[in-house]
Design a protein around this ligand. Structure first.
Ligand SMILES: C[S@@+](CC[C@H](N)C(=O)[O-])C[C@H]1O[C@@H](n2cnc3c(N)ncnc32)[C@H](O)[C@@H]1O
Length: 197
């Protein structure tokens, strides 16, 4: 990784530490339970969770809605943030399953761990790491999920290669992300917001 990417990584860590600590101050992109509901999450499931499990949600879609996650499966959440998707996946895979959430940002990982403890979910663990170098063996995961993360990664081919390295044959990648058009106009920015610094 070159110096520019190191700087970008540090900026990502700082940016999302702020979303972990003070989600109510975020002004550039949608954060929290209202955004989750607008993106298709079950409103009853969201409302039943403690605020700390939903307030720092900053996904851009609903990856778990793209395919079923079944009891006993292993799920990997790339860029898990404060852990909302990991927590929902942990409930779906049940005690015989396992969920691993990976995130670069220590503040997000700490919050995700506290959320899982509060909810009494021993089948989910959170690892502080870059998703370019996953701490998991080959062919060990049934479903990889990711929500709003690939756009923050300069080396997308490596991230994708890692996801497919850890997926079992027949496994699935269910992801939501944002795409940048090359013809973004000032009017679009004014209407949709800037979405980054
Ligand atoms: C937009 S937030 C989404 C968080 C979570 N998926 C959610 O839906 O709330 C992006 C997350 O990706 C993490 N992230 C960005 N680049 C990463 C990388 N290279 N490796 C691991 N995590 C990364 C950030 O720290 C942040 O928590």
């Amino acid at each position: 990784m070159n110096g520019t990417n190191d700087g970008l990584r540090a900026a990502v860590v700082d940016r999302f530490a702020a979303v972990a600590a003070e989600p109510g101050r975020e002004e550039k992109f949608p954060v929290g339970p209202a955004s989750a509901k607008a993106l298709g999450y079950d409103p009853h499931e969201i409302d039943a969770l403690p605020a700390t499990a939903t307030e720092s949600f900053c996904g851009v879609g609903h990856p778990l809605g793209l395919g079923d996650v079944r009891p006993g499966q292993t799920v990997l959440d790339l860029g898990c943030g404060a852990g909302l998707d990991s927590i929902l996946a942990a409930r779906r895979v049940g005690p015989a399953g396992r969920v691993v959430g990976v995130d670069l940002c220590p503040a997000m990982v700490g919050k995700a761990r506290r959320n899982a403890d509060t909810l009494g979910l021993p089948n989910v663990e959170f690892v502080e790491a870059g998703i370019e170098n996953l701490p998991l063996p080959d062919a060990s995961v049934d479903v990889v999920i990711s929500n709003g993360v690939f756009n923050l990664c300069p080396d997308k081919p490596t991230v994708l290669a890692e996801a497919f390295r850890v997926l079992r044959p027949g496994g699935r990648l269910q992801m939501a992300d944002i795409l940048l058009h090359d013809d973004v106009t000032p009017e679009w920015v004014a209407r949709l917001g800037e979405w980054s610094d």
